[in-house]
Write a protein that binds this ligand. Structure first.
Ligand code: NAD
Length: 415
């Protein structure tokens, strides 16, 4: 039978496993299996040719027991409500896992930003905020960037929200440009947080980071910075890819130069001196550290037996299916689960929200230092849970996160 790849079913399945191990109160479990609030919107956008097109979007608020909902907005042609629900659930576990006082949410619009002009994207961004404006706010639900959304889009969204409310409210959204209240260090925060967890994992596994070989799938915001930072820490980035294909150079790529090539040509493919490979084969390259940093469900029951990396660092959300998880665990591939590995983005988003609330801004060194402390502690908390319960790192992260959310729900008297 084909493996079930509905991301929300996968998220529920993962929660069910954690609930069983935790002997979770069935009432808490039942609340945690579904989002608290789902908003589906359709809204008109005037295109550059004068015609009006209708777009569909979602905002899911999964759980706010530990604080306001928090989660990015994706612009993607294949966006589905179930994907947004899964991502909102994972945000709930992510904020709890790293111990920041926020809940989980997520948003998305079905659109193809690659086929839209900047002016059309601005009208789409404003239209989406008009449609969901009544359920977001600094104390309610705080969106952020995700796949194919960027700081400029956050700026338009913040401005639209300010117009609706009639006053500035920079804390409504994070990932803003710095002149509009964005935080230092937000640009590379997801990758930097991931790299801190990779550093901790290599210590536990006795793999020297110096000259460790790295393959990165997805060369966008998260993937390209991960490659750059890992190279800075002495690792050798041998393969990277994007939606158009991959490149391999065993002596080690220059990630900055690859990024410049991608900016110039639109893809990493065609980078001088490197061998072209497929996205699928990148996942099976012989390397120490594999970073899936694109979309979900790329390591599956089918290809997991062929993964030869020692560490899989899930920079992307949901890249590994449950069937693949079991195979990796059996094959002693050490997996750093998504909601631990990529929590650096939401952690610096949290710093941005705190700075907006105080109107007081921190230097980048302070951001890096605080991020390192939070990520290192979270990694070690999850690692200890992994040893204590003899479960893989994902289950350990679930146990930790679900326990924390359940405790907040009980203290509030919800269950
Ligand atoms: P992005 O849009 O900047 O980059 C996505 C990259 O993936 C692009 O290079 C694109 O070409 C590539 N890609 C798309 N389809 C692909 C395919 N089929 N095979 C290989 N590559 C493909 O997005 P991002 O912000 O870097 O996000 C990437 C992942 O990281 C997502 O899963 C996202 O949810 C997760 N993430 C991002 C952040 C953040 O702060 N940016 C935070 C947490 C998690």
């Amino acid at each position: 039978m084909a493996e079930e790849l509905n991301p929300f079913k996968i998220a529920q399945e993962q929660l069910d496993m954690a609930a069983k191990l935790l002997k979770l109160d069935p009432a808490v479990h039942s609340v945690l299996r579904e989002p608290k609030r789902v908003l589906e919107v359709t809204f008109p956008v005037r295109m550059d040719n004068g015609q009006v097109k209708t777009f569909k979007g979602f905002r899911v608020q999964y759980n706010d027991a530990r604080g306001p909902c928090k989660g990015g907005i994706r612009f993607h042609p294949q966006e589905t409500l179930d994907t947004v629900k899964a991502l909102a659930a994972w945000m709930t576990w992510k904020t709890a896992c790293v111990g920041i006082p926020l809940g989980g949410g997520k948003g998305g619009v079905i659109c193809n930003p690659k086929e839209m002009s900047r002016a059309e994207l601005e009208r789409l961004s404003r239209g989406y905020i008009d449609a969901i404006g009544m359920i977001i706010g600094p104390e309610l639900d705080i969106p952020a960037p995700d796949v194919y959304t960027d700081p400029q889009i956050m700026a338009w969204m913040m401005d639209e929200f300010a117009k609706i409310r009639g006053h500035n409210a920079p804390g409504v959204i994070t990932g803003k440009p710095i002149p509009l209240g964005g935080s230092q260090g937000r640009g590379d925060a997801t990758a930097r947080g991931a790299v801190y967890t990779i550093r901790e994992a290599t210590k536990k596994l006795n793999i020297p980071l110096k000259d460790a070989t790295v393959a990165v799938q997805g060369y966008g915001n998260a993937g390209s910075y991960a490659a750059i930072l890992l190279k800075e820490m002495g690792a050798r980035v041998i393969a990277v890819s994007d939606s158009k294909g991959g490149i391999l150079y065993e002596k080690g790529l220059d990630p900055q130069a690859v990024l410049q090539h991608k900016h110039k040509t639109g893809s990493v493919v065609g980078y001088a001196g490197a061998k072209e490979i497929t996205n699928e084969s990148l996942l099976e390259e012989q390397c120490d550290i594999l970073c899936p940093a694109a979309l979900e469900n790329v390591v599956t029951g089918k290809n997991a037996p062929r993964v030869r990396a020692k560490i899989v660092a899930e920079v992307a959300n949901g890249p590994t299916t449950p069937e693949a998880d079991e195979i990796l665990f059996k094959n002693k591939v050490f997996d750093i689960p998504d909601f631990l590995c990529n929590a650096g983005g939401v952690t610096v988003s949290y710093f941005e929200w705190v700075q907006n609330t105080y109107g007081l801004y921190w230097p980048v060194e302070e951001i890096h230092d605080r991020l390192d402390k939070i990520m290192t502690k979270a990694f070690n908390d999850v690692y200890d849970m992994h040893l204590k319960h003899n479960v893989n790192m994902r289950m350990a992260a679930y146990i930790l996160a679900v326990q924390r959310v359940a405790e907040a729900m009980k203290l509030r008297g919800w269950v």
